[in-house]
Write a protein that binds this ligand. Structure first.
Ligand code: GDP
Length: 305
């Protein structure tokens, strides 16, 4: 938690310190609500989530005097509830963990540069540390460098990468090989990297949909998750991308990267509100261990405390 807090320093600065300073010992006024509003918007929490938070505070204010401490408590509770809301969808578990003793396939999608390869490396490491057998499929056949980078990351955790050395190989073929290998090695978690070049957006989405179809057809017994990697430092700009990926890859969750060094960590709330997808993991650093399962309580404490 301390590390997450340190990582989110930039988002927090000028956020809660200001909030508390602004409130002081005085009861909350309409003016302090406006200040809270601009602080939330500046952290990129998004309009919908900000409005909901203010409504909650205003409602309580209309019932009687509201001081800074209570306001902060209410705000934390509201933000936590918003982050947890996607979890009320059917079949969604509070924490995302692969099921033991069966094949889980996690498709990792996102545009180039958001930290997809790094996240795959970190996930493989986390899986191995948590006692799962893990395999990686290098489905981004477009970037030879990405395959190499993936191999370097996976090697550090002793995880095998299934790749096709020929240039521009069909990602679906790589996934085909990887599912075969996963079965013969009793793999519990198969992580599938995918291409993220935006220039040819249409083909990209078609390619993703094809990979997804292949997985569903070849491994109907597998538990499939489709995680979108979003760069927190891009704030809400990433949300439009999210919608395009949602259709092609049947997204089930989000990994939010680069929370360290970004002043826009509040975007987690905009993601939950606008996509209805749960945030599953957060990345807050470039090291192999700088990825953790998302926990709304921890996150809100790091954002506001
Ligand atoms: P890809 O193109 O989406 O595969 O992105 P990469 O995994 O190659 O990452 C792009 C850059 O972002 C690299 O320099 C990574 O070290 C960096 N990066 C990835 N995740 C994080 C993170 O959580 N925090 C920080 N600070 N940098 C990150």
């Amino acid at each position: 938690l301390a590390k997450l807090r340190a990582g989110m320093e930039k988002t927090r600065q000028g956020f809660v310190t200001q909030l508390l300073e602004n409130l002081g010992d005085d009861p909350l006024s309409e003016k302090s609500l406006e200040e809270i509003e601009s602080l939330l918007l500046r952290a990129d929490v998004g309009v919908e989530s900000t409005d909901q938070s203010l409504d909650r505070l205003r409602k309580r204010m209309n019932e009687g005097v509201l001081d800074a401490t209570e306001a902060l408590g209410l705000l934390k509770q509201e933000l936590r509830e918003q982050l947890e809301k996607p979890l009320s969808n059917k079949g969604v578990f509070p924490l995302l963990a692969p099921d033991k003793n069966q094949l889980n396939i996690w498709l990792i999608v996102g545009v180039n540069g958001v930290g997809k390869t790094t996240t795959l490396g970190k996930l493989a490491n986390l899986a191995v540390r948590s006692g799962y057998s893990c395999l990686v499929a290098a489905g981004d056949t477009f970037r030879a460098a990405a395959v190499q980078q993936l191999q370097v990351w996976a090697e550090r955790s002793g995880v095998t990468v299934i790749a096709n050395p020929s240039a521009n190989a069909d990602p679906a073929a790589v996934v085909f090989d990887a599912i075969g290998a996963a079965r013969s090695k009793n793999i519990e978690l198969l992580l599938v990297d995918t291409a993220g070049r935006l220039q040819t957006k249409h083909n990209l989405m078609e390619e993703l949909a094809k990979v997804r179809r292949i997985i569903d057809r070849l491994a109907p017994e597998a538990k499939v998750e489709s995680l979108l990697v979003l760069d927190a430092s891009q704030g809400q700009n990433g949300l439009r991308q999210a919608m395009a990926f949602a259709a092609a890859a049947q997204l089930t969750g989000v990994v939010l990267t680069k929370l360290d060094g970004s002043a826009r960590g509040g975007v987690a709330l905009a993601v939950a509100a606008e996509t209805g997808l749960p945030i599953r993991f957060i990345g807050a650093g470039e090291g192999i261990k700088d990825l953790r399962p998302f926990n709304s309580f921890e996150f809100v404490e790091a954002l506001l405390a």
